[in-house]
Ligand binder design. Structure first.
Ligand SMILES: [Zn+2]
Length: 349
């Protein structure tokens, strides 16, 4: 009951912040099944190992940013309006840099009107490069830090990023995962009174003019039968600007893709796919790739990593689906620029 109480407390405390995002269709506190799933997953009853999710501090509402209306994309999958174009030919409305953080994920979103978000913060080894990139771009504020799940290769650089720039809001699955790095990160978020919201299906996040971020997953109850439950409950988001869409999958597993296909099919179509789980063989099933229908795929992983990422079968599947593949291990930072109608890629090596 402790965990349930904590979650309810967090939910109540988050009320103000959730008012700034578009609320999901159902109140999460109504998902009673979640309690059972969480009890199975949570560690032994030792208060010291319970994750304590930060409460939300009141934050002045930025009238220029919230709430933000943005056009709903057409609900027809695979009806393409976006076109690839040569680098340098596309005006910047949204730039996404898939940062070469080594074996992990981090993607920086920059809008033309000066709003920024970071989806994951890479492993500790990638932190120096990530912070250097933020500094080089002159980024001092992140509207959102979206952490897809609490594994080291996604949150390892988060604490130092919070130390380097002003992070206005943090959103993550609020999935209980008592590792020291995550506990320390939550403590810093709490200490600095950074508003923290559990990511839930149905939310949309504002990010500047005309850029929409839809949260497709997770929802409660969490997926509780998976090779990796932390991976399986990754935050999955689709970022839309005009007719261009980019789908971010975190380290989704097969079970995540099944849930997305069952519950979010109309929101899956995208021009660019951030391939799940560093291109491992535990995701990127054919039904999922068909529903997404992307023309370009980005894989974030380290050269010669211990996991054999990306898997040869995944590379074949992406190629079979006519996707152009970009890889941070081979090409360094992978930068996507779009004007909302066309998009272009540039790589640093
Ligand atoms: Zn990962």
């Amino acid at each position: 009951m402790l965990w349930v109480s904590l979650l309810v407390a967090t939910t109540v405390a988050c009320e103000e912040l959730i008012a700034e995002v578009t609320a999901p269709p159902e109140e999460e506190s109504t998902s009673r099944g979640e309690g059972r799933g969480s009890r199975r997953r949570r560690p032994p009853r030792n208060r010291n190992t319970q994750p304590t999710f930060p409460t939300v501090a009141p934050q002045p509402n930025n009238a220029n940013t919230f709430p933000q209306q943005w056009p709903q994309p057409a609900q027809t999958p695979n009806r393409w309006t976006a076109q690839p174009a040569p680098a340098g030919m596309v005006a910047h409305r949204l730039r996404v840099t898939f940062v070469d953080v080594g074996q992990g994920d981090s993607a920086l979103l920059e809008t033309a009107d000066g709003h920024n978000a970071l989806i994951d913060a890479g492993p500790p080894e990638g932190d120096e490069h990530l912070r250097a990139l933020l500094a080089q771009k002159g980024i001092r504020t992140l509207d959102w830090m979206i952490l897809t799940h609490p594994h080291l290769d996604h949150i390892g650089g988060a604490r130092n990023v919070i130390g380097a720039v002003r992070v206005q809001r943090v959103i993550d699955p609020a999935f209980p995962h008592p590792i020291a790095t995550y506990d320390r990160l939550l403590a810093v978020i709490q200490q600095q009174a950074i508003p923290f919201t559990p990511a839930r299906q149905g939310m949309t996040l504002a990010l500047g003019s005309g850029v929409g971020v839809e949260v497709l997953q997770p929802r409660l109850p969490f997926i509780d039968r998976s090779r990796s439950e932390a991976n399986a409950n990754s935050v999955v988001t689709r970022v839309t600007v005009g007719g261009v869409r980019v789908l971010f999958t975190g380290d989704a597993e097969h079970e995540t893709e099944e849930r997305l296909l069952a519950e979010n099919r109309a929101q899956l179509s995208a021009d660019v796919l951030k391939v799940a789980h560093h291109g491992s063989r535990y995701a990127s099933t054919q039904p999922f790739l068909s529903a997404v229908g992307a023309r370009a795929a980005v894989i974030s992983c380290a050269t010669g990593n211990d996991y054999g990422h990306p898997h040869a079968d995944t590379l074949s599947a992406l190629a079979r689906n006519n996707m152009t593949i970009y890889r941070t291990d081979l090409q360094g930072d992978v930068e996507l620029t779009t004007d909302g109608a066309r998009y272009a890629f540039r790589t640093t090596r």
